[in-house]
Write a protein that binds this ligand. Structure first.
Ligand SMILES: [Zn+2]
Length: 125
């Protein structure tokens, strides 16, 4: 059952992504002792957030493997929660799909096993 093994590996990957997402969600504080203020655009609402105006910001890790960006930055907890929940639901959906696929594969396998037994039994008659 190579296919099932592959699905199992995918499941492990999705679970790791979920863990990474949960553990990497952070509230951060701007460093105030630098001469050069820095800023970013909130990934959710696209508001500009600058270190000489705001004290804190939020980051959520990017779990997708095809992305070079490691974290997304946000202006507020509302914005980061929104993105975090989106990512989380997407991963949970992926996980449910894999579990469902494994169940489907299992039922096909049982069917095939049953047919195989019938053929072998027929041979010995
Ligand atoms: Zn925002």
């Amino acid at each position: 059952m190579d296919l099932d093994y592959r699905l199992m590996q995918e499941l492990v990957k999705v679970n790791l992504e979920l863990q990474k997402l949960d553990e990497g969600y952070r509230k951060k504080y701007f460093r105030k002792n630098t001469n050069k203020p820095w800023s970013f655009k909130c990934y959710q609402c696209e508001e500009k957030v600058s270190s000489n105006e705001a004290d804190e910001f939020w980051t959520v890790p990017v779990t997708r493997y095809d992305s070079n960006v490691r974290v997304r930055r946000f202006c507020s907890k509302d914005c980061s929660d929104c993105y975090f929940n989106e990512q989380r639901n997407e991963l949970l959906g992926k996980r449910d799909q894999i579990i469902e696929d494994r169940r489907l594969l299992r039922s096909f396998y049982e069917e095939a096993e049953q047919k195989f037994k019938e053929v072998v039994a027929e041979r010995h008659k």
